[in-house]
Write a protein that binds this ligand. Structure first.
Ligand code: TYM
Length: 332
C-alpha cells in the first residue's frame, strides 16, 4: 500500500498567535505564493492552531485568531484555486501521524533543540508534553503529504532537520518512502526585529509591523527603530533592519540611501519615512482585499471546509500506509 504522488508537494503553515507580520510575509507567505503559481507543485497551506496550543494561549479567541490567519493568507494572494488552504485542527490525521512518528525520535533529541530551549526560557512554568512534541507534529504536517518543499523562514530550519531525521528513520525501519524535505527560501528568510536585536517575532511586542497596521502605525513604529546619531560606519542593529526592509521593498531606494549613509550625509528621519512609505505601499492592496474578505465570511468558510476535505483525502492515505507498515490495524 503506497500512495502515488503525481506532482511535487509543498506544505507550510503559520501559527495562530496574533496577526501575520512582515517577517511572516517575507519569510513565509511570499514563498507560498511563488510555489502555488508554479504548476509543477501541489501546495497545501494551513493555519496551524494545534501548534498554537503548545504555549499559553486564549481559548476564547483561538477560533477567531485562526480565522484571521486564513483571512491574511487569502488577502496576501493565496488562491484556493491553486492551493489547498485550511486549518490544521480540521485534519486530525496530522495528530495521529505525529503519535506514530513520536515512536522513532528520542526525548533527548527534542529537549536539545534550540527552539524548545527558547520556549522553555520564555514560558518556564509551561513546559508541556505538547511543547516537547511540537517538532514531531510539524514533521507530521509536512510528511502527511510527502512534501518535497516547505517555504519557510530560516528559524524553521532546526524543525526541518528533525523532519528529515524522522523520514529517514521511518524509511529505514518500516520501508516507507518519505522524501527528505527541503526548505524553500525567499530573499526575506530572516527579517530582523524593529528593536535591532534578534528577529521580528509575533511573541515580542514592539518587534514587528503587522500586515494590518495603518500608515500612521507603521510610521510611528519605523520612527522608533533605534539608529545612530550620525551616518557612516558598519551597518548594524536598527540601521540594518531599515536597510533590510528597504532592500526587499525598493532596491533602487536602498542604493541611493546607502550612498548617502556611506558619505555621512544621510538623515535617518528621511530614510525612516521612506521605509514606512514603501511598507505601506506594499500592504495597501493587501489591506483592501482583507476588508472585502471580512464582508464575506461564507466564502472564507467554504474555502476552509473544501480545503480540509481535500487535505484529509490525501493525509488519510499516508496514515493508512504508515499504520499498515508499522504492523497496526487499518480500519475500513
Ligand atoms: P510561525 O507561525 O512562527 O511563522 C510563519 C512563517 O513565518 C516565518 N517567519 C519569519 N521569516 C523571516 N523572518 C522572520 N522574522 C520570521 N518570523 C516568522 C516562519 O519561518 C514561518 O515560515 N513552526 C511554524 C509553523 C508550522 C509549520 C509547519 C511551518 C507548523 N507546522 C509545517 C512549515 C511547515 C511556526 O511557528 O511558524
Amino acid at each position: 500500500m503506497t500512495t502515488v504522488k503525481h506532482k511535487k508537494r509543498v506544505f507550510s503553515g503559520a501559527r495562530a498567535t496574533g496577526r501575520l507580520h512582515l517577517g511572516n510575509y517575507f519569510g513565509g507567505v511570499k514563498g507560498y505564493i511563488e510555489l502555488q503559481n508554479n504548476p509543477e507543485y501541489e501546495c497545501l497551506y494551513m493555519a496551524v492552531d494545534m501548534h498554537t496550543i503548545t504555549t499559553p494561549y486564549n481559548h476564547k479567541t483561538l477560533r477567531e485568531d485562526t480565522n484571521n490567519i486564513i483571512l491574511d493568507f487569502l488577502a496576501a494572494g493565496l488562491d484556493p484555486n491553486k492551493a489547498v488552504i485550511t486549518i490544521q485542527s480540521l485534519v486530525p490525521e496530522h495528530t495521529e501521524l505525529a503519535f506514530l512518528f513520536s515512536s522513532v525520535i528520542s526525548v533527548f533529541r527534542m529537549q536539545h533543540l534550540p527552539t524548545f530551549k527558547d520556549k522553555v526560557k520564555q514560558y518556564p512554568s509551561h513546559v508541556t508534553m505538547a511543547l516537547l512534541n511540537y517538532p514531531v507534529l510539524m514533521a507530521a504536517d509536512i510528511l502527511a503529504y510527502k512534501s518535497d518543499l516547505v517555504p519557510a523562514g530560516l528559524d524553521q530550519e532546526p524543525h526541518l532537520e528533525v523532519t528529515r531525521e524522522i523520514a529517514r528513520k521511518m524509511n529505514d525501519t518500516y520501508g516507507t518512502d518519505f522524501p527528505l524535505t527541503q526548505r524553500f527560501t525567499t530573499q526575506g528568510q530572516y527579517i530582523p526585529s524593529l528593536s535591532g536585536e534578534g528577529k521580528m517575532s509575533k511573541s515580542v511586542s514592539g518587534s514587528y509591523i503587522a500586515l494590518t497596521d495603518s500608515l500612521d502605525e507603521i510610521r510611528k513604529k519605523v520612527r522608533s527603530i533605534p539608529t545612530a546619531t550620525t551616518a557612516g560606519g558598519q551597518i548594524t542593529g536598527g540601521i540594518h533592519t531599515l536597510f533590510t526592509l528597504l532592500k526587499l521593498l525598493s532596491p533602487q531606494d536602498e542604493y541611493q540611501f546607502l550612498q548617502e549613509y556611506q558619505a555621512g550625509t544621510l538623515k535617518f528621519v528621511t530614510l525612516k519615512d521612506r521605509v514606512a512609505e514603501v511598507i505601506f505601499e506594499e500592504l495597501q492592496p493587501f489591506q483592501c482585499r482583507r476588508s472585502e474578505l471580512e464582508q464575506n465570511p461564507e466564502y472564507v468558510e467554504r474555502v476552509i471546509q473544501q480545503g480540509a476535505e481535500k487535505a484529509r483525502g490525501l493525509a488519510s492515505q499516508t496514515v493508512r500506509e504508515v499504520k499498515d507498515k508499522m504492523g497496526l490495524r487499518v480500519g475500513f
